[in-house]
Design a binder for this molecule. Sequence first.
Ligand code: MG
Length: 311
Amino acid sequence: MSQQVYKFSLSTINHMKKSYETQLIGTPQGAVFRAKTDHAVITAYRSGKVLFQGNSPETEIAKWGTTKQSNHTAKQSTKKVKANPFNPPSTLFTNSHIGSDESGTGDYFGPVTVAAVYVQDHQIELLKELGIQDSKKITDERVRALSKDIIQLELPYSLLILHNKKYNTLQQQGWSQGKIKAMLHHHAIDHVVNKIADAPYHGILIDQFCQPHVYKRYIASEQATMAKGTYFMTKAEHYSIAVAAGSILARASFLNEMDKLSEKIGYPLLKGASNKVDQLIATIIKAQGIDSLDHCAKTHFINTKKAQAYL
Ligand code: MG
């Protein structure tokens, strides 16, 4: 099966819809129509993108006097690829794959969350249409809304939350934050691989937070091995919709956990690790004692010391 994406004017799309009138099937969210012919499944989106998938998509494409192809992601990614076995092939982004990303690692308060998501090739356009993108580029409210959309689509995913108490214990046992992240990614990916059983995927992409050989060493120290076809890439969420979906699930979960912790502690906890965070730490220590930080903060951050200035 092959798939191709072309861009058309809205009037052409309306014309197409009419011509496929008797072959229309369920319209996915964000689409204008979907039709099934003997040659292909045709899905048209409001942005003008039309996806042709099937045994002979060319036959349908030829009917519509095609214009330029709109597969920007694949084009951009070609430039990025260097000769490194851990660099993803540019074909990964347009095929079924697993992506994973984390959240909360730079925030003094709150847990570390990691999400791995499996996206199939035919879902990629729909996820793009929904606006799935790097969670760092959009507002918290949008992250929460998109997270609900992803969950509704029932994509196989695994979301792990490492709460502060456990995080602090591991850190005191000598685990670096890198190792903590590596093991969370490893487990999340493993869960997804098991969940999807025999469903095909072209690879696994981790939003790179350390060198791949360091990642391998971290998980080897816990007797784990990396799955075949695991790739690493910085800013992977810009190229892979699966990593972008992971970044949104992880961030939304972090935000929810922060809400719960804020309620528990009785102060609205701040994200990040700024001076304002130092002042808030001092306020919490004064009101509830330093031990209270163990279940809401990453206590090894320098902020714990800096807060002393406000006591
Ligand atoms: Mg990341």
